[in-house]
Ligand binder design. Structure first.
Ligand code: AP5
Ligand code: ZN
Length: 217
């Protein structure tokens, strides 16, 4: 399957993507995680992306699209993928459409995770991520690690993302409403959007997502 995951910051895209990718046996491709890996390796791309990410703004399309294309061209993505955080505006969605068209393939669904603003703000405020791998995600109250400050999965140190400060979260939410939400209409016109509530326990949301993807609604 080829799926795009969309939803406001903190809705649980990364959390669900990890589980769905495993169940559906497709790679989880998160542009946020790819940027954070570049930042921690201090690559040129990481240096460029950091200022945008820390301010809560989108990284310029040119570099983002090139990075996403490069990741999608790897062998593990040949038969499907779950895109998390890409596309994030209409030009990125158009670029993805062009790429898929040139390869004669299509998206199967765009899974839209809905969560109210007060909930996503709470989820972000308590989020802790692993220094070694930012796809290892915890929450101080909703899914605490066994040992405070230590990743259950790899023993890495847990920290609060720079862009999870209250002020930056406000910018990210605004960017989501103005730049990312329009892609939902863009994909709705293609009949691809499946909307589910992201509220409730993580496992329940995963079951809801799998069910919705199966029935296409
Ligand atoms: P990115 O990393 O994609 O951030 P985001 O979209 O803001 O999403 P988040 O990672 O904040 O949240 P999430 O929905 O994945 O939630 P999570 O599962 O962690 O992007 C970061 C930045 O990179 C962007 O601002 C931009 O600068 C740049 N960027 C990335 N892609 C780009 C692109 N395509 N173009 C341009 N720039 C780009 O969950 C949140 C918390 O809630 C966790 O603590 C989790 O444990 C908890 N939680 C999850 N589910 C539940 C539940 N059901 N109940 C209770 N708690 C839950
Ligand atoms: Zn870890």
């Amino acid at each position: 399957m080829r799926i795009v995951l969309v939803g406001p910051p903190g809705a649980g895209k990364g959390t669900q993507a990890t589980r769905l990718a495993e169940k559906l046996r497709i790679p989880h491709i998160s542009t946020g995680d790819l940027f954070r890996a570049n930042i921690s390796r201090q690559t040129e791309l990481g240096k460029l992306a950091k200022s945008y990410i820390d301010a809560g703004n989108l990284v310029p399309d040119e570099v983002t699209i090139a990075m996403a294309k490069d990741r999608m061209s790897q062998p593990d993505a040949e038969n499907g993928f779950l895109l998390d955080g890409f596309p994030r505006n209409v030009s990125q969605a158009e670029a993805l459409d062009e790429l898929l068209k040139s390869e004669g393939i299509k998206l199967d669904a765009v899974l839209d995770l809905e969560a109210p603003e007060d909930e996503v703000v709470k989820r972000i405020a308590g989020r802790r991520v692993c220094r070694k791998d930012s796809s290892h995600v915890f929450h101080v109250t909703y899914s605490p690690p066994k040992q405070e400050g230590v990743c259950d999965l790899c023993g890495g140190e847990l920290y609060q993302r720079n862009d999870d400060s209250e002020e930056t979260v406000r910018t990210r939410l605004e960017v989501y409403h103005t730049q990312t939400e329009p892609i939902i209409d863009y994909y709705r016109a293609q009949g691809l959007v499946v909307t589910i509530s992201a509220m409730g326990p993580v496992d329940e949301v995963t079951s809801r997502a799998l069910e919705a993807l199966k029935s296409g609604q």
